[in-house]
Design a protein around this ligand. Sequence first.
Ligand SMILES: NC(=O)c1ccc[n+]([C@@H]2O[C@H](COP(=O)([O-])OP(=O)(O)OC[C@H]3O[C@@H](n4cnc5c(N)ncnc54)[C@H](O)[C@@H]3O)[C@@H](O)[C@H]2O)c1
Length: 264
Amino acid sequence: MVEKGKTYVIMGLLDTDSIAYAVGQTIEAMGGTVVYTVQNERMKRIFIDRSKKLTAEEKERLNLRYCDVTVDGEIEALFKDIDNLGGVVHSLAYANPKTCLGEEFHTEAVDDIKQALEISSISLATVVSHASAAMPEGGSVVAMTFDTRHVYPGYNWMGVCKAALEAVVRSLARRHGKDRIRINAVSAGPLATKAATSIPGFSDLSGLWATLSPLPWDTDTARTDVAHAVTYLLGTYSKMITGEVLHVDGGASIIAGELRPHEK
Ligand SMILES: NC(=O)c1ccc[n+]([C@@H]2O[C@H](COP(=O)([O-])OP(=O)(O)OC[C@H]3O[C@@H](n4cnc5c(N)ncnc54)[C@H](O)[C@@H]3O)[C@@H](O)[C@H]2O)c1
């Protein structure tokens, strides 16, 4: 459970389908205060103008800040004026779909790979370096990853970024244990969000889950189950867990071969 009265910064809101939004909703339902970040001022306006699922009052109530994780000063400024910070969720990633994702793994676009690593993996360390000062009594940080035990078609360099992200999680866990700050990741199965649907072949990936996951996996409704697990890692019930990757994927990532008809 998250702590009532504490503030949680949820980074990576794009729209109401975002994992960030589901996490924020869960935290608020448990009595926590939520500050969301969107990438920039323009995206913030787009979110406010185009979110048809939200009423004007619901939009009014959202505490939205902007933060591009490639701009160190914006991350620093974000955590400067957050009081009573209980935790942070890093729910963002980017890789150019034309060069870093798709049918061909090899690419000459090394700058695109570096950009993907900066945004999707390295930024977690930058976020924690600034957020830690705002959590003098400890706290919890959760990042979002995708199964790094297997190589999936089309996921290419984002798969590499996620492996790096998980390594950053472990290094940060070692570094910040003495500060009572825990760093973990949730490895989610495929969910229908903007980032996911821009992966060429995302529908194949969701189809694959239907053949692999012992628990029936729904790319829409599982968003809430993923958010619940993130909230568990943010809160006090996971107090002695750090440096871990919690798989919330219906069990698909432990399965060798497809499920047999009698197993479905
Ligand atoms: N959807 C899935 O199937 C799935 C599965 C496992 C893990 N994840 C991970 O969950 C996280 C959230 O993705 P989502 O699926 O909710 O998609 P989403 O498209 O809703 O969110 C991705 C967010 O990343 C943000 N972002 C990109 N570049 C940024 C930058 N430079 N600075 C700040 N923000 C930036 C975008 O603005 C967007 O808000 C990502 O790390 C993603 O890899 C998603």
